[in-house]
Write a protein that binds this ligand. Structure first.
Ligand SMILES: O=P(O)(O)OC[C@H]1O[C@H](OP(=O)(O)OP(=O)(O)O)[C@H](O)[C@@H]1O
Ligand code: HPA
Length: 185
């Protein structure tokens, strides 16, 4: 018997679905429209922030019907925990971003430390413009920079521990489109 699997089935059964597939799809449509209006002539270099950004990117990129390049970076600060720690850069960007418009795609802007560090890095590398797209912005007053937000935000979500749409609970359940909150968290 696989304990992790059984626990995770229970976590999903007991979770609250805060935004279902249809709501997330509609949010992605709106984000794609706004991104297209701003970036369709700019040949952007798009970075997916692994691991959490995989679903967001997989859903968003096919909605962007203009020339762009895609790469990835890997920065993590939560691991299997529900509270963030120091940012661990596992893979830094390798492409030359000097003078480029860079778009960062991630699942969530929570406290914002991850995006602040990624933005700083890209600016230091000479990107002419760095924009951020997140499916979820969590509503609370613990942002790394008070009042910060993403340039393209899908849905503002309540201050609970979330999973789905790229976000994991103990490494599981990134693989949904809908957004869920863990019971009691
Ligand atoms: O706004 P913040 O408080 O910095 O949190 C947001 C970041 O946290 C998550 O990554 P995580 O560290 O869990 O790594 P993962 O994507 O590999 O799960 C998420 O994918 C964002 O990158
Ligand atoms: O609420 C969350 N859930 C999963 N991963 C996260 N990374 C930052 N916030 C969260």
């Amino acid at each position: 018997m696989d304990m992790n699997r059984d626990e995770m089935v229970k976590v999903m059964q007991e979770a609250d679905c805060l935004h279902d597939d249809a709501e997330v799809s509609a949010a992605l449509d709106q984000m794609a429209q706004a991104i297209t209006a701003d970036l369709c002539d700019k040949n952007p270099l798009v970075y997916v922030v692994l691991n959490g950004g995989i679903i967001a990117a997989g859903q968003l990129l096919p909605r962007l019907r203009f020339p762009l390049e895609v790469s990835y970076l890997h920065a993590t600060r939560y691991g299997d925990k529900t509270q963030g720690g120091r940012l661990n850069w596992k893979v830094k960007p390798t492409e030359d971003m000097n003078g480029r418009t860079v778009l960062i795609i991630d699942d969530i802007l929570d406290e914002g430390n991850t995006l602040v560090a990624v933005l700083e890095y890209c600016r230091a590398q000479g990107a002419s413009e760095v924009l951020t797209a997140v499916v979820v912005n969590k509503r609370h007053d613990r942002k790394a920079i008070p009042g910060m937000t993403g340039d393209y935000v899908g849905i503002d979500v309540e201050d609970r521990f979330l999973f789905g749409c790229g976000m994991d609970y103990k490494g599981f359940w990134r693989n949904t489109l809908g957004i869920y909150a863990v019971k009691g968290l």
